[in-house]
Design a protein around this ligand. Structure first.
Ligand SMILES: *Cc1c(COP(=O)(O)O)cnc(C)c1O
Length: 366
């Protein structure tokens, strides 16, 4: 049986009429940038995240960059984050002109190890970006404690974790701001690129709005240098159709994960470790296995979709050699990169498909 890693067409089939009607409404209005649909989405995502404000932006990457710029992070500053993340987290720190300072992960959750943050703080440190990887939030209490001690801003990279919780608190609502991505493969995926920043800080909210639009206030008068970080209403209407389904879809992902956990129990497959403090939304279901690369070849041959998130930690990326890190600096991140593998977990997956995935893996492991 063929099982894709993700099947966006299955989900689209269930909402197609509403999405097309929404797009048609936008086109008829010819409000093609910003407007009431973007505002409605901002309010609804902020509310779903227990935050006062939302700012729709052009991508998850631009959510992070706008945040850093709006907080005044610049050349000479340092920002602490994890090497085990999608490139954008670390890339945005560099693009803001600051120096990324990396801290190894907790090997169980793959999220930044809070116990290793304090030794990385210097006089130049301005912010910490914990990444809520694969749908599970980072251990926020000790991270916020370090941030308070040194007066650092915390920006939550919640691109993979919209509406997930830590001790009952929503992703994006604990730090100074939270960043979401609407890249199609995220739990709340658009029909193209999009993103959002949420915050409870009104001054930051105003600055994010300004910098989203080249810092213009009033039009053609620029007190600050911003960029074009705008979200278009075609994305907003598609996301407004999807948003009411998000909790059900996340629940279906958790059910699928529970079934995998059951079937992998007692085998050589290491299943995800979810902290009792967290409710994950399983943007990815990642296992760890011996002989991972051989298993990938075996699954590909059996038409089972899988993906390595992420094969190269940030400190070993060619573009970051100037940071002076080398292999061995972050052993937990390096080991995860060598052993991790994401399996299909999307909501529309059937039990028969999951059985095909598990059987192929167990057959390989013997
Ligand atoms: C997807 C992702 C981003 C970037 O989002 P885009 O919308 O693709 O720009 C940033 N950080 C993490 C952890 C992500 O998974």
């Amino acid at each position: 049986m063929e099982v894709p890693l993700l099947d966006l067409r299955a989900q689209y089939a269930t909402i197609k009429e509403q999405v097309l009607a929404g797009i048609s409404e936008v086109l008829d209005s010819q409000v093609c940038i910003g407007g009431p649909k973007v505002l409605e989405l901002e309010q609804k995502i902020a509310a779903a995240s227990d935050c006062r404000f939302g700012v729709g932006v052009s991508s998850g990457t631009d959510a992070l960059l706008n945040c850093l710029m709006s907080l005044g992070v610049e050349a000479g500053d340092e920002v602490i984050t994890t090497p085990f993340t999608f490139f954008a987290t670390v890339g945005c720190i560099a693009r803001a002109g600051a120096k990324p300072v990396l801290v190894d992960i907790d090997p169980r959750t793959y999220n930044i190890d809070p116990n290793q943050i304090e030794v990385a703080v210097t006089r130049r440190t301005k912010a910490i970006i914990p990444v809520h990887l694969f749908g599970q939030m980072a251990d926020m209490d000790p991270i916020m404690a370090v941030a308070r001690r040194y007066k650092l801003a915390v920006i939550e990279d919640a691109a993979q974790s919209i509406t997930s919780t830590y001790k009952g608190r929503k992703a994006g609502s604990i730090g100074k701001a939270g960043c979401f991505s609407f890249f199609p493969s995220k739990n709340l995926g658009g029909i193209g690129d999009g993103g959002m920043v949420v915050t409870n800080d009104e001054a930051l909210y105003q600055r994010l709005l300004l910098l989203r639009n080249h810092g213009a206030e009033p039009k053609y008068y620029h007190k600050f240098i911003g960029a074009n970080f705008r979200l278009d209403p075609i994305q907003a209407v598609a996301l407004l159709v999807k948003l009411p389904h998000l909790n059900d879809w996340s629940e279906a992902r958790r059910r699928n994960a529970a079934y995998y956990n059951e079937r992998f129990a007692g085998t050589a497959v290491q299943t995800p470790c979810i902290s009792p403090d967290c409710q994950t939304i399983y943007n990815q279901y990642c296992i760890r296995v011996p002989r991972r690369d051989e298993l990938v070849a075996h699954l590909k041959a059996n038409k089972i979709g899988c993906e390595i998130y992420y094969p190269v930690p940030a400190h070993l990326q060619e573009c970051f050699t100037y940071l002076g890190y080398s292999r061995g600096d972050f052993p937990a991140a390096e080991k995860a990169a060598d052993e991790i593998l994401a399996l299909p977990v999307y909501p529309e997956l059937t039990r028969a498909m999951q059985d095909a995935v598990v059987d192929a893996i167990l057959q390989f492991l013997g």
